[in-house]
Design a protein around this ligand. Structure first.
Ligand code: FEO
Length: 392
């Protein structure tokens, strides 16, 4: 795809990746993704903001054919999906200087072995004139790594945000046209990439609140012509209270835990609590992450195997602990045959979560009437807790 004009002398460059289905060998990409770079031509100097994932380098280099001079390459984020092609761009434009935060300089040096003399480091709030266009660099740590910054193009009121406000979507639409579709993709992205840093995201949102933006141009996915749409969504995901929802990731070997999960879902629904249930043997882990953004309570369902939780349940607990959702309550349900340390093992894995642990329901063998009664009681306790906290 050729470079595409966004505004006067501002161009999208980069690559739409239709085929990848996994990012960082971890994150599902059901709709592919894009790696967005941006070319900004002032009447004196030209800057390229970010590059592309190295396997797509040739696409960016082809788009740069005909661009005779680049004065500055701006690296907003050192992760290689944005920075990995910087060495080739600097080879093509040997006089270009590489702009980054001081912290990014060290990381880029480590990851890409870029020589020290290529760098100009910029402090928070520093500006760089391209002539009639001015770049303002705003340090925005932890969206997604500690070195990240975003760039505000003052005259055009465009915020270039790299990972911040990104979404993994492959499409030929440069701008957001279907906000519903992008909301889902952006929420998934927030859950997987930004949620662990929720407190810092909040600070970065505050920092950007005073900027007058005509559009937000992220490093993944489409450009937002209505910045309030994604800013408001981020505020809700970050600051909004948990919902009256239970997320139930479970796995079952011989149907006992599944029967408990089914009964528990019905009991919660009867008491007015929404449930998102995920069979960990088949689920899209990104969907589970997305559900965790809003959940008031997490309940993990697992059989006991080899004296502990099923490995899929361990994975779900590890994921929830790493993503640090805002849930307030947690419990465990499941079946065992002759004992074990399922509850102790899972409880020891959630130290990052600020949750009240509600009494688990474990039953021996197939669930008995007593087990179903205990599940009813757990559902009542959750409904009551959600009510007390005004979760809606
Ligand atoms: Fe899109 Fe943190 O890289």
């Amino acid at each position: 795809m050729k470079a595409r004009k966004i505004k006067d002398r501002i161009y999208w460059m980069g690559s739409v990746d239709w085929d990848s289905r996994l990012f960082d060998s971890l994150i599902p990409l059901p709709d592919g993704t894009s790696y967005n770079a941006y070319l900004i031509e002032g009447n004196e100097k030209t800057a390229l903001l970010d590059t592309v994932n190295p396997p797509m380098a040739n696409e960016l280099l082809a788009q740069l054919e005909g661009v005779s001079k680049i004065d500055y390459v701006v690296s907003q984020h050192a992760e290689q999906d944005h920075s990995g092609t910087i060495p080739q761009v600097l080879e093509k434009y040997p006089d270009a200087k590489l702009i980054s935060t001081p912290k990014a300089k060290g990381i880029l040096g480590d990851l890409l072995q870029i020589p020290e003399e290529s760098f100009i480091t910029v402090e928070d709030g520093e500006t760089l004139s391209l002539g009639d266009k001015t770049l303002k660099f705003i340090h925005a740590p932890w969206v997604h790594w500690p070195e990240t910054m975003v760039t505000y193009l003052e005259e055009d009121r465009v915020l270039f945000s790299c990972d911040f406000f990104g979404s993994h979507i492959a499409t030929t639409d440069l701008f957001v046209t279907d906000e519903g579709r992008v909301y889902e993709a952006a929420k998934r992205y927030f859950a997987e990439i930004m949620m662990p840093f929720r407190n810092v995201v909040e600070k970065n949102l505050e920092k950007l609140a005073s900027y007058d933006m005509e559009m937000i141009a992220p490093g993944h996915g489409q450009i937002f012509p209505r910045p309030a749409f994604i800013m408001d969504a981020y505020r809700d995901w970050t600051l909004g209270p948990p919902r009256n929802t239970v997320v139930l990731p479970y796995v079952s070997m011989h149907e006992s835990t599944k029967r408990m999960a089914e009964h528990f879902v019905a009991a919660l629904v009867e008491k007015g609590v929404r449930v998102e249930r995920f069979n960990l043997a088949v689920t899209d882990i990104g969907k589970l992450a997305m559900a965790l953004v809003d959940a008031g309570t997490i309940v993990v369902g697992t059989p006991t195997i080899l004296a502990g939780p099923h490995p899929y349940a361990v994975y779900a607990a590890f994921l929830a602990n790493a993503l640090r959702p805002k849930a307030k309550f947690l419990s465990i349900i499941g079946s065992y045959s002759w004992g074990g340390k399922t509850v102790e093992t899972l409880a020891g894995m959630i130290s990052n979560l600020k949750v009240e642990v509600l009494p688990p329901v474990l039953c021996k063998g197939v669930p008995s009437e007593d087990a179903f009664k205990a599940l009813d009681e757990l559902a009542s306790a959750i409904a009551q807790k959600h009510k007390e906290h005004d979760f809606t």
